[in-house]
Design a binder for this molecule. Structure first.
Ligand code: PMP
Length: 430
């Protein structure tokens, strides 16, 4: 192996061989199955991860987003540990849920009411069911390349044409389920208007990551989200902002604060649980009142509102507020993206450094506006870059289609080391 990865990761390789026999692919979520094998994490602290062989990595995956304050943050740890002393699951309501809901609402006023679940997937699944129950309509629109979790309604292949009916992305999902999921390209308001118009009487909701995090981030064109808000309102179609990535990330109040748009429903996850499993769906009161037991739309969960998740979420939100982390963190993001762009320009590479706030990505290709554009990136070269970076102690997301995250724990030294490694490992211009 070119990078000597095997020699430095014998323990991880051994663990992977064992894991593969009992856990499909050796992993609990597919993106973790890094080739030739993933490193098995032993611990993490601040901006660093440590694997089973004792290697250290500067982390830009940050657990895919939740760890905005870095790993193993003492304040969050204290909150979880204080909760552990009181027991960690009751199956009854707790004051913690009210405390967290009030905090969330203070940043997301569009969430007049909300409910807690255990993952982002569960949040979008419930929001879509609720939108259908409220509007008494069946069809939804999702954005090509947008990801809303691994449940049937949203696991739909990117169609060849904007208006193609959804084809399931995975065996096991009946076409009868996904035929009600339509797709349009991001940043294309005409395509959106056209699909809404053609399905006018049966269009329940548009679900969208306002900044498309799962293929980038790719940013909305000026006015796109405003026009989308107008279009959905005019057509009695609900607008669901999936802010699982952008919530508490772009700004305290997420993309809806950043772009000043009020969706009907919002889904949250990741940061809002401080690293413990969580999801939230919220929105207009008249819609949320339809959820069981107040209304007929069913939704439930043994672990919903789990006390440790609530306690960790409260601690995270309070810490972020007290330290007003966003301005400084976003400035670090700007500076880091600028440095990355400079390296790309120096090397005369036809690449584009994208991102916003504390998200960044190096597209191995031109600036994209949508999923089809991102597909044109040189993914194979990205994966070679990823491997080289890993070997130099920098853990980037193992895919061109995932965003990188920075945290308040990343130090100037981390950024300097990373930039040196980027300079060394980016390919030469052809
Ligand atoms: N929505 C978005 C925008 C996401 O990025 C993700 C996960 N990355 C989800 C939903 C699903 O969240 P979870 O993995 O917690 O189920």
């Amino acid at each position: 192996n070119e990078t000597g990865f095997h020699a430095n990761h014998t323990q991880s390789e051994k663990l992977y061989d064992t894991a593969k026999k009992i856990i499909p692919g050796g992993v609990s979520s597919p993106v973790r199955a890094i080739k030739p094998f993933p490193f098995y994490t032993a611990s993490a602290n601040g901006s660093k991860m440590y694997d089973a062989d004792g290697n250290a990595f500067i982390d830009y995956c940050m657990a895919y987003g939740p760890a905005i304050l870095g790993h193993n943050h003492p304040v969050i740890k204290q909150a979880i540990s204080a909760q552990l002393d009181k027991g960690w699951l009751y199956g009854t309501p707790t004051e913690l849920e009210i405390d967290l809901a009030k905090r969330i609402q203070s940043y997301f006023p569009s969430a007049e009411m909300m409910r807690f679940v255990s993952s982002g997937s569960e949040a979008t699944m419930s929001a879509i069911r609720l939108a259908r129950g409220f509007t008494k309509k069946n069809k939804i629109i999702k954005i090509e390349g947008g990801f809303h979790g691994a449940h049937d309604a949203v696991l739909v292949k990117a169609g060849s044409g904007a208006t193609t009916h959804g084809e399931p992305n995975s065996p096991g999902i009946p076409a009868d389920v996904t035929k009600n999921t339509l797709q349009v390209p991001y940043n294309d308001i005409e395509a959106m208007a056209d699909v809404i118009e053609k399905n006018k009487n049966d269009m329940a909701a548009v679900i969208i990551e306002p900044v498309l995090g799962n293929i980038g981030p790719v940013l909305p064109k000026d006015g796109y989200l405003q026009e989308l808000r107008k279009l959905t309102a005019e057509n009695d179609c609900l607008l669901i902002f999936d802010e699982v990535i952008t919530g508490f990330r772009l700004a305290a109040g997420g993309a809806q604060e950043y772009y000043n748009i009020k969706p009907d429903l919002t889904t949250l996850g990741k940061i809002v649980g401080g690293g413990m499993p969580v999801g939230v769906f919220g929105g207009r009161k008249e819609i949320l009142e339809l959820i069981s037991p107040n209304g007929p739309v069913y939704q439930a969960g043994t672990f919903s509102g789990s006390p440790c998740s609530m306690a960790a979420g409260i601690a995270t939100l309070d810490y972020m507020k007290q330290n007003n982390i966003w301005a400084a963190l976003n400035k670090k993001g700007d500076a880091f993206r600028k440095s990355l762009s400079d390296i790309v320009a120096d090397k005369k590479l036809d690449y584009y450094v994208g991102g916003i706030a504390s998200l960044f990505v190096i597209f191995f290709g031109q600036k994209p506006a949508n999923y089809q554009d991102v597909l044109k990136c040189d993914s194979a070269s990205y994966m070679r870059f990823f491997e080289r970076m890993l070997n130099d102690g920098v853990f980037l997301p193992p895919s061109q289609f995932e965003t990188n995250f920075i945290s308040t724990a990343h130090t100037d030294e981390d950024y300097e080391k990373t930039l040196l490694a980027v300079e060394k490992n980016l390919p030469k211009a052809k």
